[in-house]
Write a protein that binds this ligand. Structure first.
Ligand code: HEC
Length: 102
């Protein structure tokens, strides 16, 4: 019973991510390793803002602004270098993962 519930929950997370941006939650999770130091292991925030459970399209839009070198918030200088080398697929995957965090 417990396993069934977990399987349904996992399937729900994956389909949520896919629906949002066609991002791959598992690939995003792997890539998120470099983000944890500032955004927290569960996206709860730290040096940077909380990113968990937010709209994937909105997160992706913000990452594209940082990548393009646009000023977003007062601490853009800390974040922009992190986004500079991300591909569109990286951004979709990372956004799907962050959106899936509870
Ligand atoms: C050196 C610390 C640091 C690292 C590492 C880092 N970030 Fe950030 N991040 C920040 C800070 C600080 C901000 C807020 C910047 C500003 O004021 O615009 C931010 C902002 C963001 C935002 C916008 C949030 C909002 O509400 O405006 C997103 C999304 C984000 N980061 C995702 C990521 C991802 C994905 C990674 C890993 C690829 C990452 N960050 C790595 C520090 C970091």
């Amino acid at each position: 019973m417990k396993n069934t519930v977990l399987a349904i929950a996992a399937a729900g997370l994956v389909s949520f991510g896919m629906a949002a941006q066609a991002g791959d939650v598992n690939a995003g999770k792997a890539a998120y390793g470099t983000c944890m130091g500032c955004h927290g292991g569960a996206g709860e925030g730290g040096v940077g803002p909380a990113v968990k459970g937010r709209d994937a399209a909105q997160l992706a839009g913000l990452l594209k602004k940082y990548r393009a070198g646009e000023q977003v918030g007062p601490m853009t200088a800390l974040m922009a270098p992190m986004a500079a080398s991300l591909s569109d697929a990286d951004i979709a995957n990372l956004s799907a993962y962050m959106a899936s965090l509870k």
